[in-house]
Write a protein that binds this ligand. Structure first.
Ligand SMILES: Nc1ncnc2c1ncn2[C@@H]1O[C@H](COP(=O)(O)OP(=O)(O)OP(=O)(O)O)[C@@H](O)[C@H]1O
Ligand SMILES: [Mg+2]
Length: 122
């Protein structure tokens, strides 16, 4: 089964073509890399797949959801580790975990303590 399908996708920013006629599919359970020079459109493709932005043309399916209309579902079931740490530097490790776990409706102080200890940050 394909976990991701991208078919003839174009993305224009202010009329400027960034992605042009992109098609590919990713098999469930496989490990893949998306390679390209700076500005090639890698982050743009990830944002399209997550439904953060919309393709100008073409179709996409992620876990059988359409990022255009079901981005919430995709974001609920997938994760992204960005190149820079997405933490608030004016908050402690504890407060960061409290904040983000509440956003994800998964606040559990025992789990936070456990994770901090597991990663030797207790
Ligand atoms: N919101 C936006 N509005 C206008 N242009 C944008 C926008 N986002 C990205 N771009 C442009 O689209 C192109 C692709 O950018 P993108 O960030 O997807 O590249 P990338 O492959 O992730 O690059 P890098 O390797 O530097 O992370 C760049 O020319 C960038 O300036
Ligand atoms: Mg990028």
């Amino acid at each position: 089964m394909n976990i991701i399908e991208v078919f003839q996708v174009d993305k224009l920013f202010n009329g400027r073509p960034i992605l042009k006629d992109v098609s590919f599919s990713i098999e469930e359970g496989s490990i893949n890399g998306l390679l390209g020079p700076n500005g090639a459109g890698k982050t743009t493709m990830i944002r399209l797949l997550n439904g953060v932005i919309e393709a100008t043309n073409g179709n996409m399916k992620v876990m059988n959801y359409d990022p255009k209309t079901q981005g919430d579902e995709i974001r609920r079931k997938s994760g992204i580790v960005t190149e820079s740490a997405a933490l608030y530097h004016d908050m402690s490790a504890w407060d960061n975990l409290v904040f983000f776990s509440k956003i994800y409706n998964a606040y559990d102080p025992k789990r936070i303590t456990h994770l901090l200890e597991q990663f030797e940050m207790g």
